[in-house]
Design a protein around this ligand. Structure first.
Ligand code: GAL
Length: 840
């Protein structure tokens, strides 16, 4: 008792001191997390702090709050914070404390997933690579060296948060923490030790006394008091392992991640909204979008292998920090509808009844409050149901939310929110560069030597595994060998008769003989590369590279990389083979240019006098550029280049690989949201480069004199590089007569008749802009999607002029979707209004 009294006084004092303070006794029961004695329905979204910049954080968090989030979730990335054992780094994008405080300043809570295993398409799942070299270590199991390190880092983070008073129990925003991550999915591979490891992890976490609950996701046997939570595309059927724990969803995928060489995945918002509503319909009270803002894998932080630099994720806020519409807006409406039900939701368990095949009602009725969710889980047919004496139409794969058990506030398949089509405007990099540089191109360059060029090269017998050799200090490892060919050896008969056979675990390799690129491979490789050798001395140089270390799966940390062999020379004609694996190879970790610090642009060796070399492998390029005017987010379009890494003013914007395209098949023109979603269901961009645009955060740019450095592996033309600034193209809306009124006008007073009715609402998102043109408007049965609407059989002739009159010159406008506005072009048909406009 005395404790609680003290806490309340303490929180009150804190409240006087700080603009935002959280008071917080956080516990839980069967229904929900309980904050200061109140059960709460909480909407959460993942934003990983290092995937954006501190300058972007406040805007991202404000947009999250506007979107109806209560909580921001992030992993903590061990390898960022402890790149060298016992040397910590919390600067810049790694400033976890600042991130948590920024969330608090916006008045939102934090769910801190310490892990310290993250997965997250992050290099090595978040583990520092030095961990791998601790003698006797086995990751993620009942192993003393591992547990000691895991405990030390977890305690370090908890301590840091406590020092800064960031736990809710101290008046801070952190209401929840996670230990481990989806271990239940791989536990069986670790045998009986898995169980003792999880029990240890639970006890270790609990002993740190954070004063707020811990969760384990995908861990059915999470021991008390740890809450086991669900991750997946749908979690409505999930049940926690004790009826003393609430039903929580820690990863609801807003889309999916992109890989180099893959198509771009997306998840229709109608399905995402359906999944969210189903979860709350069947007793859930906490759900988190993974991701709400995905962001960018800067530097060499992406996992994989082959995770792209963009981590956009089709999230409600896009990679550049711009609202993805109608996704963000429709989910905002869903959140409002769910919050209208909060009192009923936390008050009781739902009573679930069938309304027919695939039709389900859940009612939360307690005291004077009542909320209901009506679902059609069928994938084919729309239905009309009878509920409490009223009739409701339910499109297939949708949920209607009735915060008063009578009126529909929202149906997940009926989108009131406007669509925004983004556009990129391109401009050349070379606005105003001194043309004396590099024969007018503005570029200078340095060749990266083929093969061994550094003093720290070393000799070892046979081919080496790469990660053990480089410790991930660089993506690159050279394997180099000199061979002597005597005139009478079979390989000499003519060049085409000899092949170099290379076997590699990946992730990619480039083979050079006598200084020339003769072949490349991606992935796990077993390749015969035709080569030409000469009599006398020959050089074989193999450049092996990693493209993000494995981040998932049982024992993922042991997945090797590099040219582990065998490597052979084969004379095709007479079948003679020489095994080169048993020879002494010379190794070089990293590039000469990395050693020279070329990424920063320094060095006196940059050459700008002779003709700029193009389409040449292994070359560093440098130029100066001015930032594009304005404040729109900036990307660099790498079309024209091959593969490598790029730095702006010394900061790595990530790996680029615009020549790696996704396979041709697998994308459909449109993706039907009705029916279960999985990560391969809705794909776009098939047959095209997976990623051509690379985000350059505005805060990394000065208005002029910026330095751009590229390391190009395969060969390309840097003069083709251009800027793309992210802007908003068209603004569209398509609302039918059967849509619910905008949720902001929702009222339980059904007798007043003052409801607005279905309405098209358009609003220019950028301050100062107004609707400048209406490109299309049709009331009747219009078809198509934003940017491609067309009139249907039925259309009112006056629609365009009515909409123009209502909207042009205004920041926002609302038009009733009704025959009262437009007259009736086709009596007895349900009509809709489609509008496409633009803002300037
Ligand atoms: C989950 C994992 C996340 C992330 C996600 C895919 O299994 O917990 O960290 O990797 O998959 O984006």
């Amino acid at each position: 008792m005395r404790g609680t009294g003290f806490l309340l006084v303490f929180c009150w004092v804190l409240g006087l001191l700080a603009s935002t303070s959280f008071c917080g006794n956080v516990t839980y029961d069967h229904r929900a997390l309980v904050i200061d004695g109140k059960r709460r329905v909480l909407i959460s979204g993942s934003i990983h702090y290092p995937r954006s910049t501190p300058e972007m954080w406040p805007d991202l968090i404000r947009k999250s709050k506007d979107g109806g989030l209560d909580v921001i979730e992030t992993y903590v990335f061990w390898n960022l914070h402890e790149p060298v054992r016992n040397q910590y780094d919390f600067e810049g994008r790694k400033d976890l404390v600042k991130f948590v405080k920024t969330v608090a300043d916006a008045g939102l809570y934090v769910h801190l997933r310490i892990g310290p295993y993250a997965c997250a398409e992050w290099n090595y799942g978040g583990f520092p690579v030095w961990l791998h070299f601790i003698p006797g270590i086995q990751f993620r199991t009942d192993n003393e060296p591992f547990k000691a390190e895991m405990k030390r880092f977890t305690a370090k983070i908890v301590d840091l948060m406590q020092q800064e008073k960031l736990y809710a129990s101290q008046g801070g925003p952190i209401i929840l923490s996670q230990i481990e991550n989806e271990y239940g999915n791989v536990a069986s591979a670790y045998g009986p030790a898995a169980k003792s490891y999880i029990n240890w992890a639970a006890a270790m976490a609990t002993s740190l006394d954070t004063g707020v609950p811990w969760v384990m996701c995908q861990q059915a046997d999470a021991p008390d008091p740890i809450i086991n939570t669900c991750n997946g595309f749908y979690c409505d059927q999930f049940k926690p392992n004790s009826n003393k724990k609430p039903k929580m969803w820690t990863e609801n995928y807003s889309g999916w991640f992109l890989s180099f060489g893959g198509p771009v995945p997306y998840r229709p918002v109608e399905d995402l909204a359906f999944a969210v509503a189903r979860f709350f319909q069947l007793g859930g009270t906490f759900q988190n979008y993974y991701m709400y803002h995905g962001g960018t894998n800067f530097g060499r932080t992406s996992g994989g292998p082959f995770i792209s630099t963009s981590y956009d994720y089709d999230a409600p806020i896009d990679e550049y920090g711009i609202l993805r519409q109608p996704k963000w807006g429709h989910l905002k409406d869903v959140h409002k509808a769910v919050k209208l039900c909060e009192e009923a939701l936390v008050g009781t368990d739902p009573t679930v009844t069938s309304l027919g095949q695939n039709l389900e009602a859940a009612v939360y009725k307690t005291g004077s409050v009542c909320a209901a969710f009506l679902a059609n889980v069928g994938t084919q047919s729309d239905a009309t149901v009878n509920f409490n004496g009223n009739s409701y139409s339910l499109p297939a794969w949708s949920v209607s939310i009735l915060p008063d058990c009578k009126n529909v506030a929202l149906n997940t398949a009926k989108i009131n929110s406007a669509t925004m089509i983004p556009s990129f405007s391109h401009q050349s990099l070379k606005g105003n560069i001194d043309s004396s540089e590099a024969l007018g191109s503005g570029w200078s360059w340095i060749n990266e030597p083929v093969g061994i060029s550094k003093d720290d090269a070393f000799v070892k017998l046979g081919p080496l595994e790469q990660i053990n050799t480089t410790a991930d200090k660089s993506d690159y490892l050279w394997y180099s060998l000199g061979i002597e060919i005597k005139g009478d050896e079979p390989f000499l008969e003519d060049g085409s008769q000899t092949v170099l056979h290379v076997e590699s675990l990946g992730h990619a390799l480039h083979a050079f003989t006598n200084g020339k690129l003769v072949g490349s491979g991606i992935g796990k490789v077993s390749e015969d590369i035709p080569i030409a050798l000469v009599t006398g001395k020959n050089k074989i140089d193999l450049l092996s590279l990693t493209v993000g270390l494995q981040n998932s799966g049982a024992f993922f940390d042991k997945t090797g990389a590099g040219i582990t062999g065998p490597v052979k020379l084969k004379g095709i004609k007479n079948g003679t083979t020489v095994d080169l694996s048993s020879q002494e190879w010379t190794y070089q970790v990293g590039l000469k240019g990395e050693e020279l610090g070329l990424p920063s642009g320094s060095s006196s060796q940059w050459d700008s006098k002779s003709t700029l070399p193009k389409n040449q492998p292994l070359i560093w390029y440098k130029t100066k550029f001015d930032a594009p005017a304005g404040s729109d987010p900036v990307a660099l379009d790498f079309t024209g280049l091959g593969k490598g890494e790029a730095w702006v003013n010394g900061q790595s914007i990530g790996r680029y690989w615009p020549v790696y395209a996704s396979p041709n098949g697998g994308c459909a023109d449109s993706c039907n949201y009705q029916g279960p979603y999985d990560s391969s269901k809705c794909l776009s961009n098939c047959g095209k480069p997976s990623q051509t645009l690379y985000h350059v955060p505005r805060s990394w740019l000065q208005s002029s004199g910026n330095t751009l450095v590229l390391f190009e592996e395969i060969g390309g033309d840097p003069t083709k590089l251009s800027f793309a600034t992210r802007q908003i193209g068209s603004l569209c809306s398509h609302v039918s007569e059967s849509h619910p009124s905008p949720i902001d006008t929702w009222s339980t007073d059904s007798t007043s008749g003052s409801k607005l009715g279905p309405t098209v609402l358009l609003e220019c998102p950028i301050p100062g802009q107004v609707i400048s043109s209406v490109k299309f408007a049709s009331f009747g049965t219009p078809r198509g999607t934003c940017g491609g609407y067309s009139h249907g059989q039925c259309s009112s002739r006056t629609a365009l002029s009515i909409v123009q009159k209502a909207c042009i010159g205004s920041k926002s406008c609302g038009i009733g979707v009704s025959v009262n506005t437009f007259g009736d072009p086709c009596i007895g048909v349900t009509k809709s209004l489609a509008v496409e406009a633009s803002c300037t």
